[in-house]
Design a protein around this ligand. Structure first.
Ligand code: MEV
Length: 389
C-alpha cells in the first residue's frame, strides 16, 4: 500500500525555557533521537482513523487531531488514514516529543495531500490556500506570510499541482506545529520547540535580529498576558568535541501545567518578573559564548540558568539529584524543557563518564551529538493520497 513517512528530531534547551514564553532569548539544540510518522489510507472503507492499529482517539492525541482538522478535513471529503508513530523520544519529558510529532505529521499530511499553486513557482505567494497557521482560533503568525495569506477556501486559479516532497515546506510545518503547541499550552507557547524540531541544528530565539547568524523569520502570538514576538535564527553545530548527555527522571511532567504555574506565580507576584528577566540575560550571555565557540562559558551559563529555574519553582529534587551527579564531569548541567520532572541535560566532553554518573544517581541516559538534522521526508509517493478537487 502507498505510504508516506516523515521524521523530526527532538530537542534540548541550553538556556531560556519559560522566559522564552514571555519573549526573552533562548537556545535549543536538535538531538539525534527522532519521531517517525507513517501515514497510509485505511485498508477498509471505514471512516474511522487508526493510530498504531487502534481506533484513533482525538482526546489522547490533540496534536494529531488539530492537524487532521487543518490539513485533512473529512468535511472536504478527505478519506480516513491509518497512522503509525515510532521513535526514541520519551513523551512529556522536556525533549520536544509533541513538537517533533506535530512537525513530522504536518510534513506527512502535506506530502500526502499536495498543494495547488496559483502560478508556476512554488513560493508561499503562489500557494492557492495561502500560508496560514489557522487551527481553531490560534493566531500564530509569521512575517513571511504574504499579505493575503489568511485566505480560507479560496483556491484561486490553480495553475499547477505539486505533491510529495515538492509540496513540503519546513517553515509551514514549523508554523503549524507552533500553532498546535499554543493550543495544547492554553495560548502560552514559544516557537522554540517547533522551530528546533523543524530546522534541526541549533536554534536561537531572540528579541532582536542577531548579527552573524542566519535569521529565518519572526513569529508572533497573542498570549493571555499580551502579544509576543520572537526572531528565529539557525546556527550550524560546531565541529567541536562536545556532547549532550540527557538524564531522564522517569517522571512525566506535562508542559502546559508547568507553564501555567509560572504564569500564576507572575500574576500573584509581579515583582518576580525580575527572575524571568535574569533568565533572559543569562541566555543572552550564553548565546554570545556559543557563537564564539567558548563551551566552558556555555556550560557555566547553563548551570547559572538552572539556579534561576530552581528559584521560579520548576525544578524538582529528582532533577537536582541528576544535575548534581553530572556536574563534576560536565561543563554545565540543567533541566531541559518545562521541568517538574522529565529530563536534565549536561554539556560534556566526556559523555561516557557523565552518562555513568547520571545512571548511578538513578537516571536513564541518552547521549546525543550537539545538533542533529531537522525534518526529513523519508518516503513519499508521486500520487497524492487525497487532494482538494
Ligand atoms: C518547553 O519545551 C519550553 C517552555 O519554555 C515552553 C515553551 O517555550 O513553549 C517551558
Amino acid at each position: 500500500m502507498q505510504h508516506i513517512t516523515a521524521s523530526a528530531p527532538g530537542k534540548c534547551i541550553l538556556f531560556g525555557e519559560h522566559a522564552v514564553v514571555y519573549g526573552h532569548p533562548a537556545v535549543a539544540v536538535a538531538i539525534d533521537q527522532r519521531i517517525k510518522v507513517k501515514i497510509e489510507l485505511t485498508d477498509s472503507n471505514s471512516h474511522d482513523w487508526k493510530l498504531d492499529g487502534l481506533i484513533f482517539d482525538p482526546k489522547r492525541h490533540p496534536h494529531i487531531e488539530a492537524l487532521k482538522q487543518r490539513l485533512w478535513p473529512s468535511s472536504l471529503g478527505a478519506p480516513a488514514l491509518s497512522i503509525h508513530i515510532e521513535g526514541e523520544i520519551p513523551t512529556a519529558s522536556g525533549l520536544g516529543s509533541s513538537a517533533a510529532l506535530s512537525v513530522a505529521a504536518s510534513a506527512a499530511l502535506r506530502a500526502a495531500r499536495g498543494r495547488w499553486l496559483n502560478g508556476d513557482v512554488n513560493s508561499p505567494e503562489n500557494w492557492a490556500e495561502g500560508f496560514s497557521s489557522k487551527i481553531s482560533d490560534t493566531n500564530v503568525h509569521s512575517n513571511n506570510q504574504p499579505k493575503d495569506s489568511l485566505r480560507e477556501g479560496k483556491l484561486g486559479d490553480r495553475v499547477k499541482f505539486i505533491s510529495g516532497s515538492q509540496s513540503v515546506d519546513v517553515d509551514e510545518c514549523a508554523l503549524l506545529a507552533h500553532a498546535v503547541e499554543a493550543i495544547a499550552q492554553r495560548g502560552r507557547a514559544s516557537p522554540m520547540d517547533s522551530s528546533a524540531c523543524s530546522h534541526g541544528d541549533i536554534v536561537v530565539l531572540s528579541d532582536c535580529v542577531e548579527d552573524g547568524i542566519e535569521w529565518q523569520y519572526s513569529r508572533t502570538l497573542t498570549t493571555p498576558e499580551g502579544d509576543r514576538e520572537w526572531q528565529i535564527h539557525t546556527v550550524k553545530p560546531p565541529a567541536n568535541d562536545v556532547y549532550l548527555v540527557i538524564g531522564n527522571t522517569g517522571i512525566h511532567a506535562p508542559t502546559s501545567k508547568q507553564v501555567e504555574k509560572v504564569a500564576e506565580m507572575l500574576k500573584n507576584n509581579p515583582d518576580r518578573v525580575k527572575e524571568i528577566e535574569t533568565i533572559g540575560l543569562i541566555a543572552k550571555r550564553g548565546i554570545k559564548s556559543l557563537l564564539s565557540g567558548d563551551y566552558e562559558s556555555v556550560g557555566r551559563a547553563m548551570s547559572e540558568n538552572q539556579l534561576m529555574l530552581q528559584s521560579i519553582g520548576v525544578s524538582s529534587p529528582e532533577l537536582e539529584d541528576l544535575i548534581r551527579a553530572a556536574s563534576p564531569s560536565s561543563l554545565g548541567a540543567k533541566l531541559t524543557g518545562a521541568g517538574g520532572g522529565g529530563c536534565m541535560v549536561a554539556l560534556t566532553r566526556d559523555p561516557k563518564a557523565t552518562s555513568e554518573a547520571i545512571e548511578l544517581a538513578g537516571g536513564r541516559t541518552i547521549i546525543s551529538s550537539f545538533g542533529a538534522k531537522g525534518l526529513e521526508l523519508e518516503t513519499a509517493t508521486e500520487t497524492p493520497l487525497w487532494s482538494i478537487s
